[in-house]
Design a protein around this ligand. Structure first.
Ligand code: FAD
Ligand code: GLY
Length: 401
């Protein structure tokens, strides 16, 4: 232990917070919480069975789309996603300063286009719902949309522009969090699978790693879509989280002449242009458990939906294809807060919003673990809201891939 780490540990003890925290999973949730705790002087170990980001965090599109992704039934979640969106610029500044890395944050906004009159009617309905919740969205004609994005196919029926829905490069985000966390004194253990939760005397005492035990005063469950599979979790603390599969691909644009400047949503697809020229195309939403296969049907549907709005993609090379598993809770909202077992904390279930919610997750969980007052926006997102046993989809997802 370095002298700085030793001093931080003493400071943490003085505040009555836990001196040692062990975190399962090095996605944006685990690393973000770990970073905040390490900054506060806590001794933090993050255990990742593969490499940091290898779960959903590298697979994501990086949209910070609190506005256009808000659907009927998600009114309660909106307060949290809007807080995520609001916290992002300061989080980015602090993270970039701490890591010395850019996270590729882009603020050109998001455009949603309708290709037919039927689509336009559906878009009008959704937009009025979103505007009714106070979201600032501008209704555009097809030609106004094409003035913003000249490569759009002629004949777009209508569009909506959300100036406040931005994007970040989620893979750069993982790298920056890794660096910020370790620079703050945290220890990242990649290639270390957690094989069990250690509990004794009615509280979490640490983690089992094969034949080795790692003792801790508190344990954070941030294992994404795999969270309910951790051996040793008491039944009452198995979060109702299942994998929701997403297939995606990236095409290679000329970075000097990109086909898009903004994030674009069209029927059946979204497109995210990166500064390095990659055009991300996503994503399927499939209840297939941990089936990691890329399918002709999935990729074809994404490409066909893209070609209908952006025909110039036909000449682009395919740069990459991949599958990710969204950690989806029973009500599609994150599970953030103390478990029934003392010393166990849940940070999972972020579904389609874990990148957007990364700043909130990091702040909320670290505040709670350190005994600081809870953020009001967090009320209602604790694990205690799921009192009933797991439903069939979650039970079926119980088979480890
Ligand atoms: P993960 O990133 O999955 O991390 C969990 C980690 O735990 C994994 O690395 C895993 O290997 C590790 N782990 C599991 N079990 C163990 C164990 N026993 N021992 C050690 N390690 C273990 N969100 C947005 O906000 N915007 C988007 O545009 C967006 N697009 C998406 C597109 C797709 C295709 C997908 C799949 C997701 C998307 N998401 C998006 C959602 C977002 O990616 C997730 O909500 C977020 O990454 C969850 O982060 P996490 O750290 O909680 O989980
Ligand atoms: N938020 C985009 C996705 O989950 O596909």
């Amino acid at each position: 232990m370095t002298p700085i780490q030793a001093k931080r540990r003493v400071q943490a003890k003085r505040r009555d917070g836990p001196a040692r925290v062990a975190i399962v999973g090095a996605g944006v949730s685990g690393l973000g919480i770990g970073w905040r705790l390490a900054q506060a002087g806590v001794g933090v170990d993050v255990f990742e069975r593969d490499r940091a980001g290898s779960g959903a965090s590298d697979a994501a599109a990086g949209m910070l789309a609190a506005g256009v992704e808000c659907e009927p039934g998600e009114e309660a979640l909106l307060a949290l996603t809007l807080l995520g969106r609001q916290l992002w610029p300061a989080f980015r500044d602090e993270l970039e300063a701490a890591s010395g890395l850019s996270v590729g944050y882009r603020d050109e906004g998001t455009l949603v286009v309708a290709t037919t009159q039927d689509d336009a009617r559906r878009l009008r309905f959704l937009t009025e719902f979103q505007q009714g919740l106070g979201l600032a969205l501008d209704w555009l004609t097809g030609s106004e949309a094409r003035r913003l994005e000249p490569h759009l196919k002629p004949g777009i029926a209508a569009a909506v522009f959300s100036a406040a829905d931005h994007q970040v490069d989620n893979r750069l985000l993982v790298q920056a969090l890794k660096l910020a966390f370790t620079r703050a004194g945290g220890r990242l253990h990649e290639g270390r699978a957690v094989t069990g939760l250690l509990a004794q005397g009615g509280r979490a005492r640490g983690l089992q790693l094969g034949g080795e035990s790692h003792e801790a005063d508190a344990v954070v469950l941030a294992a994404g879509a795999w969270s309910r599979l951790l051996p040793g979790l008491p039944e009452a603390d198995q979060p109702p989280v299942r994998p929701v599969k997403g297939q995606m691909l990236a095409l290679a644009m000329d970075p000097a002449r990109p086909l898009l400047e903004r994030v674009l949503w069209a029927p059946g697809v979204y497109l995210v242009p990166r500064r390095d020229g990659r055009l991300l195309i996503g994503a399927t939403v499939e209840e297939q458990g941990f089936d990691g296969s890329l399918t002709a049907g999935g990729l074809y549907a994404l490409l066909e939906a893209t070609r209908r709005v952006l025909p110039a993609i036909e000449d682009l090379a395919v740069a990459e294809t991949w599958v990710g598993f969204r950690p989806t809770s029973r009500d599609d909202a994150p599970i953030l807060g103390p478990g029934r077992l003392a010393g166990l904390w849940h940070a999972t279930g972020h579904h389609r919003n874990g990148i957007l919610l990364a700043p909130v997750t990091a702040a909320a969980l670290s505040d709670a673990i350190l005994g600081r007052p809870a953020m009001p926006a967090l009320a209602g997102f604790g694990p205690e809201r799921f009192a009933a046993p797991a439903r069939p989809l979650e039970a079926a997802a119980g088979a480890r891939p």
